[in-house]
Design a protein. Structure first.
Length: 461
């Protein structure tokens, strides 16, 4: 075709697929028969195949697509800027007179799948520039979405375990894969219901294309009807550090419990004695006999009373002083003569607020070197009947500092822990902030400072 530049002698070999799409481009309309020669841009890949990919006039900045994801702005002289997606990390550029410059990848942009490359050129005579670009590390499949960026893929984000009888333990698996090019790190997997869900196993990290399994066990003894429990998966996926997974199903029981758990409202004193009742109804046509109510904790006493024998019962649970500060927990078990459900269980909880209490109860950090300063806030609540003074605080690690941000005598003190830029958070960090007080029983209060619970120990982010 008239006006099409002639290929160089080295361009007779078959080009790689990487540039096949680019070579089908029509020459720009500025190229006409009899006009002045137009500079040619040539690309040379790592197999030394010389490829002519287009012809463009110089003089004004231009943009052209050489192949999907590669763009170049080409002025006649001075600074030339490249924006490249998904290819190598170092390039040489030479003009027709031998002047040359070097294109170097800015590493900080690599993880975002976008490279900005800048070259300084020198205007010489005809201002004709010819580019030779050498690919060093990547092949066609390495494009932006796989360029050193981890991608957490979950095959099914919702798992339905079906319909089961109450009391059954259900094991659930979530198949995951790292569909990115960088290493995927799973910092933590946390359940919305810590009482009924146990994390059995999950991988700490996944290399590119590697697969793994998150396995959990669901205890249905305290569940009833439609169930929807969630897992929060924390990772270094740049698209979102938290992924929520769902466990759904239906839990059926021949005995209806109202309520199906025992929770005593906040108890003000360890000497408090409270009582709660649970109504139990047989939903089957036959009779079910209940007997031998018992508690796994000495802090609770359980008794089952028959209303309508075989049909209706009342469970009476009371606290047994002295209780302990914090959560007092027990599991109430009742025997039945129903073949498919020999026992039923119901949890009992009574919380006694301590006179001094941190919220949150601990501080979590992400392992690695901090790229910017971080402040973690917490509050010390005071509910003591006797006067309490805060004597001071201390931290058992060097680097961070503690600030008092607000103080309400006799009510609370607000703090902030300041972690400076460059502070290294080791995966095995187990630091403690200690606050000293004049309270007789709570003279020292400790606030743990830790890395996310399941961060791979001994490995850096």
């Amino acid at each position: 075709m008239a006006g099409r530049p002639s290929p160089s002698p080295t361009a007779t070999r078959r080009p790689s697929r990487l540039f096949s799409r680019a070579m089908t481009k029509r020459p720009p309309p500025s190229r006409r028969a009899g006009s002045a020669p137009v500079p040619r841009f040539r690309l040379e890949d790592d197999s030394r195949n010389d490829l002519i990919v287009g012809s463009f006039p110089v003089g004004n900045p231009k943009k052209t697509r050489f192949w999907p994801g590669f763009f170049v702005a080409w002025p006649s002289a001075g600074q030339t800027r490249f924006v490249v997606t998904g290819i190598g990390n170092s390039f040489n550029v030479i003009d027709s007179r031998g002047s040359n410059g070097t294109l170097d990848l800015r590493p900080e942009l690599a993880s975002h799948g976008k490279f900005e490359l800048t070259m300084n050129t020198t205007k010489t005579g005809s201002s004709v520039l010819v580019a030779f670009i050498f690919l060093f590390a990547f092949q066609t499949r390495q494009f932006a979405e796989k360029n050193a960026v981890p991608v957490l893929h979950v095959e099914k984000e919702t798992v339905d375990f079906g319909k089961v009888i109450v009391g059954r333990e259900v094991t659930v698996r979530f198949d995951i894969q790292n569909k990115g090019g960088g290493k995927l790190v799973l910092y933590d997997v946390a359940a919305s219901c810590a009482e009924c869900t146990t994390i059995l196993s999950h991988p700490d990290k996944l290399d590119a294309d590697e697969k793994g399994v998150i396995e959990v066990k669901l205890f249905t003894a305290e569940l009833q009807g439609s169930v929807d429990r969630t897992l929060s998966v924390y990772s270094n996926d740049p698209r979102g550090s938290r992924r929520i997974l769902h466990i759904i199903g239906n839990v059926w029981s021949p005995l209806e419990l109202r309520p199906h758990y025992i929770y005593f409202p906040i108890v003000k004193s360890v000497d408090s004695q409270k009582e709660l009742r649970v109504e139990i109804t047989n939903t089957t046509e036959g009779e079910i006999v209940l007997s031998k109510a018992r508690s796994s904790s000495k802090k609770f006493r359980a008794t089952v009373l028959a209303g309508e024998e075989g049909k209706k019962y009342t469970l009476v649970v009371s606290t047994v002083p002295p209780l302990e500060f914090g959560n007092n927990k027990g599991l109430i078990t009742i025997d039945t003569d129903y073949e498919r459900l020999p026992t039923i269980q119901i949890s009992a909880t009574a919380k006694v607020r301590p006179p001094l209490e941190f919220s949150p109860s601990r501080i979590y950090l992400k392992a690695g070197v901090l790229t910017k300063p971080v402040r973690k806030y917490f509050k010390l609540s005071i509910r003591s009947k006797e006067p309490v003074e805060i004597l001071g605080h201390s931290l058992n690690i060097a680097g961070p500092t503690v600030e008092v941000t607000e103080r309400k005598p006799g009510r609370y003190v607000r703090y902030a822990v300041f972690f400076p830029e460059g502070f290294r958070v080791d995966p095995g960090l187990d630091a403690v902030l200690t606050v000293r007080t004049t309270h007789g029983q709570f003279s020292e209060l400790n606030l743990p400072i830790q890395v996310y619970a399941n961060f791979p120990q001994g490995k850096k982010n």
